[in-house]
Design a protein around this ligand. Structure first.
Ligand code: BT5
Length: 324
């Protein structure tokens, strides 16, 4: 049944919005014209809107506001990323599931996606607000052969991939705030959480969690977030299809990741600097060991933030919250 559904959606996806005749569909999925009609009715029940025109056939005019493995995989143009999708409607945290899958040998490129998280996490055990039907709550498992101390670079690479995807699909121009925030008009639209499974100096897996606010309205955010958070929908006044964002992000990530593995961090660093708002500005970096005040002069070859303090010395910041 679900295989047939995949085939049917694939037939529509291949047609890229044009009509597909009942005959073609029945050939593609290998069933009778009557069965095609039944499957189309089932799509309608699941929230798809379809136009049916005599002699031309069917086309999808609106997809349901849902993500699923099918929605993510049909039309996906990557080679390895997202080829294994673990989707659940509701989870505690996609990071937790990805940790378990990674520990059990899940292949590189596996993604865990949920419609809703009941215990979404930020850095340092902070909460990540992840309501149903609105955002992308996704964890990606990769297995790069890099030293442990280079892994923060992957947070920066992820941020570049997401900004590029947002720029490709929407008219907005997001900024990156070191290390893991993407902002639109000064408000946080994306948070990234990079976690590791590693020993001594060998990385087994890197689990990159991304939380992307896509279709929330202002009133959908809890009061304490309304001033500091935003969504792509709020900034563009439009509703966006989450699966398309996931596909675009994975494709951008795959391109940057292969560049990174073949040429190192340098080309990624240059791209990142083009989007960063946290450079050459006065700032306070709040770390677990206290605050550092000064001017951010850049990131080093590992992705570490360099702050020049008033006495002229340069401090390396590995992890912090930045106040501009
Ligand atoms: C982050 O932490 O920004 C990383 C967020 C990563 C979330 C993803 S979702 C998929 C995967 N599964 C998980 O469980 N997590 C990852 P941090 O820099 O510590 O920022 C956390 C702070 O952002 C919170 O303390 C709030 O102030 C704010 N915040 C919480 N939810 C938000 C939201 N939906 N949009 C914008 N800001 C939010």
């Amino acid at each position: 049944q679900s295989e047939l559904r995949t085939k049917l959606l694939e037939a529509f996806s291949n047609a890229e919005g044009e009509f597909v005749s009942g005959q073609k569909i029945s050939e593609y999925i290998g069933c009778s014209r009557t069965a095609v009609w039944k499957h189309i009715e089932e799509l309608r029940k699941d929230g798809y809107e379809l136009e049916a025109v005599r002699r031309l056939g069917y086309r999808i005019t609106k997809k349901p506001n849902k993500i699923s493995s099918n929605e993510i995989q049909i039309g996906l143009k990557t080679k390895t990323l997202g080829r294994h999708v673990h989707f659940e409607e509701t989870v505690t945290s996609t990071q937790k599931i990805a940790q378990t899958l990674a520990g059990n040998g899940a292949p590189e490129g596996t993604i865990v996606v949920a419609d809703q998280q009941t215990n979404g996490r930020g850095r340092m055990a902070r909460e990540w607000y992840s309501p149903s039907g609105t955002g992308i709550w996704m964890s990606l498992i990769i297995r790069p052969n890099i030293p442990v101390h280079s892994t923060p670079q992957l947070t920066l690479l992820t941020a570049v991939a997401i900004v590029q995807a947002i720029e490709e699909l929407t008219p907005v121009k997001p900024d990156i705030k070191w290390p893991n925030d993407i902002l639109i008009n000064g408000k946080k639209v994306v948070g990234i959480l990079t976690e590791l499974q590693a020993e001594a100096d060998q990385v087994h897996s890197v689990i990159i969690g991304t939380g992307i606010n896509v279709n929330q309205k202002v009133e959908d955010f809890p009061e304490e977030l309304q001033q500091i958070a935003t969504s792509i929908g709020i900034e563009t006044g439009k509703h966006w299809e989450r699966a398309l964002f996931i596909q675009t992000i994975l494709l951008k990530f795959e391109g940057l990741y292969s560049l990174y593995l073949s040429q190192g961090f340098h080309p990624i660093k240059l791209l990142w600097e083009g989007y960063a708002i946290s450079l050459n500005k006065k700032m306070v970096a709040r770390t677990l060991n206290g605050s550092v005040e000064g001017k951010a002069i850049g990131i080093d070859h590992n992705g570490v933030l360099l702050i020049e303090t008033s006495d002229g010395s340069i401090k390396e910041i590995y992890s912090a919250d930045i106040e501009l």
